[in-house]
Design a protein around this ligand. Structure first.
Ligand SMILES: Nc1ncnc2c1ncn2[C@@H]1O[C@H](COP(=O)(O)OP(=O)(O)OP(=O)(O)O)[C@@H](O)[C@H]1O
Ligand SMILES: [Mg+2]
Length: 394
């Protein structure tokens, strides 16, 4: 029998081989004792985050013994930024400005990024949004619903190497007696205010088990609200949750959708991507129509907003600009005003499992870095505005 006739053995061996190579590579470039961390920020960066002048940052920092002087320049850890926020917010009148998290009566916002087109920028969008929110003083929780676990990798968690079985969000969803409360799966990250529940290959089980559970429940819609219900127990601890969905319209994505209070559909404005999204939307309409009808009234999602986000956008590329214009013409305000521009700063950061907020500006040509971060910031600020509107604030 040739190797190819035993495809199972062949790819099984190749998978173990690759896992070993990756583990070695990681051990060489990122020792097991190393923890992912966030670089120190300059006064200008902190000023931008807190929307105050750099001189005010320096003054409040000096008054409170925050920041560190290195070679005559002051730099700040993210913990310093949190302390600065508290100090600035201590004047009651300006509290909202520095501690913008939700108040009584304002509901937990759960944002789902989705599309079944692979590589449309779901994970990149989720990671940057989560870090932006945490850096701007919101209590953020990231949930990686993708068996590929790319968002987990961006947060420094290699699901195969770092996680024992049962540590992913699958544990909160599973149907047997090993189901665990969401609280036990939430872990802190190296960013204050940002918590995370990793994904991993075991999530595939959920896709296989759900049809059986669905049958056993007599076809009631209740199997789809598992994620939604698990959020209820930790609701008070967060302001915003961002769920990164896998590139398919399976049961995991449906669970995310039913838990969500708002939806971001990422789309790269090119013909093939938009064609694929058209199919996604048609399927989404079919599937959610059936499920929403089956769900009891109290579980039916009531979305605050949904938006299309143009990703990896190159405004100078004729066909892309045309496709973007077409989407804006048809969908109007449902397309976000700001788009994520295509940038080597974003893709290069991704190669080392980082976001553009984590990399050092000095690693890039200034213009490249500045354009990229401006576009990412503008997208995130627009989503922040939608969150604030959902809370009834202007
Ligand atoms: N604005 C951007 N500029 C340049 N590269 C980008 C940008 N956004 C994403 N990328 C790169 O495109 C690739 C796909 O992005 P990403 O993983 O976010 O997509 P995805 O939709 O989550 O993919 P999947 O469907 O596999 O989950 C990544 O290598 C990422 O670094
Ligand atoms: Mg992804």
């Amino acid at each position: 029998m040739t190797a190819l006739q035993r495809l199972d053995q062949l790819v099984g061996e190749q998978a173990s081989d690759l896992a070993r190579i990756l583990a070695d590579h990681r051990a060489a470039t990122f020792p097991p004792t190393a923890q992912k961390g966030f670089r120190r920020l300059t006064g200008a960066e902190v000023g931008k985050l807190l929307a105050v002048a750099e001189s005010r940052v320096r003054q409040v920092a000096t008054d409170n013994g925050l920041g560190q002087l290195v070679n005559g320049r002051r730099s700040y850890s993210l913990e310093d930024v949190t302390a600065l926020r508290q100090a600035l917010a201590s004047g009651e009148r300006t509290r909202d400005r520095y501690l913008p998290g939700r108040r009584q009566g304002e509901g937990l916002q759960i944002i789902c990024t989705m599309n079944f087109k692979g590589g449309s920028g779901k994970t990149t969008t989720s990671a940057h949004l989560l870090q932006y929110l945490a850096l701007h003083g919101y209590r953020a929780l990231g949930v990686d619903l993708d068996p590929q676990a790319s968002l987990s990798a961006l947060f420094g968690i290699h699901s195969v190497i770092d996680l024992p079985p049962g540590a992913t969000i699958y544990s909160a969803l599973r149907y047997d007696d090993q189901r665990r409360p969401l609280r036990e799966l939430i872990r802190p990250t190296y960013i204050p205010n940002l918590s995370f529940v990793p994904g991993g290959l075991e999530l595939m089980e959920f896709e296989h088990e759900t049809p059986r559970a669905f049958g056993a429940s007599g076809g009631g819609g209740l199997v789809f609200d598992r994620l939604a219900r698990s959020f209820q127990s930790v609701e008070e601890e967060f302001d915003v949750v961002v769920i990164d969905c896998p590139p398919q319209l399976g049961y995991l994505t449906l669970c995310g959708l039913i838990a969500a209070t708002s939806v971001v559909i990422t789309v790269h404005p090119e013909m093939l991507d938009v064609m694929s999204m058209t199919q996604f939307l048609a399927m989404l309409a079919d599937v959610t129509g059936v499920i929403f009808d089956a769900l009891p009234e109290r579980l039916r999602p009531n979305y605050s907003w949904m938006r299309y986000l143009l990703t990896r956008f190159e405004p100078n590329d004729g066909p892309q600009a045309q496709m973007a214009a077409l989407l804006r013409a048809r969908f109007g305000a449902f397309v976000m005003l700001n788009a994520t521009l295509k940038s080597t700063a974003i893709s290069d950061a991704g190669l080392t499992n980082q976001t553009i907020y984590e990399i050092d500006r000095s690693q890039f040509i200034r213009g490249t870095y500045d354009r990229a971060i401006e576009s990412v910031d503008a997208v995130n600020r627009e989503i922040e505005d939608l969150i604030l509107k959902a809370w009834g604030r202007s």
